[in-house]
Design a protein around this ligand. Structure first.
Ligand code: SF4
Length: 222
């Protein structure tokens, strides 16, 4: 069946849900049309090497889609938003080795503007098509808590009516998933119009990350 009639990554997701197998298989995905204009699929990653990786991943952070930098380099959150994310994780006292970062959609969607490739929001159909990869990642990583960065990830997991502005920083539950908490996307913080707005959004983001870790610590004691 052509991808455009009933797009889904499902036929491309291998039955073995280990990260190395998934990371390799995603490059062959043609589950929707986004692979046609992207350099490569960008799968999730944990920063630690196998030798130093902590036994359990505390947080799985889910953004929207790879950006221009990520598409070229093949790694999630390596551009300016990634640098801000790293700073805020450090500020919140979070061990980066216990954080897995990924995106809702694995290929970069963009439109040309002169020589630039401008980010274009993925459609609900593309988000749904890519969901089997995200579900396979959750199964492979078994995070204690999922943190949705921005509306695309939050609405994908928590439903289209979910509003970050009203419900960020709160624990939510979703069928067949670990607990979920939603917060801002670092790119949205960078796009804030004034310095004051940017500082306010950054504080909200760090506070939400602290809440996420407080949940993980509480669940450790149970
Ligand atoms: S965006 Fe997702 S479903 Fe679409 S081709 Fe890429 S990996 Fe496959």
């Amino acid at each position: 069946m052509p991808a455009s009639v009933h797009p889904s990554a499902a036929p491309f997701v291998p039955s073995e849900h280990s990260l190395p197998v998934l990371q390799s298989a995603v490059q062959a995905c043609q589950g929707c049309d986004l692979y046609r204009h992207a350099t490569q699929a960008v799968f999730g990653e944990v920063e630690a090497t196998l030798a130093t990786r902590a036994a359990k991943i505390d947080l799985m952070l889910i953004g929207e889609q790879p950006g221009d930098h990520e598409d070229k380099e093949g790694h999630p959150f390596v551009g300016p938003a990634g640098r801000l994310l790293d700073e805020c994780l450090e500020e919140a006292g979070i061990d980066r080795r216990k954080v897995y970062v990924t995106n809702t959609v694995k290929h970069f969607k963009w439109e040309p503007r002169g020589k630039l490739r401008l980010h274009k929001k993925p459609s609900m159909q593309e988000i749904r098509a890519c969901r089997p990869w995200l579900d396979a990642e959750v199964e492979a990583v078994e995070p204690r808590l999922i943190v949705c960065l921005g509306a695309t990830a939050a609405q994908s997991l928590l439903g289209p009516k979910f509003r970050i502005t009203q419900a960020h920083g709160k624990l939510e539950s979703a069928k067949h998933l670990p607990p979920v908490l939603a917060t801002l996307h670092p790119s949205a913080i960078l796009r804030a119009r004034t310095h004051e707005d940017r500082e306010r959004d950054r504080r909200i983001f760090v506070d939400d990350l602290r809440r996420a870790m407080a949940f993980v610590h509480r669940s450790d004691k149970k």
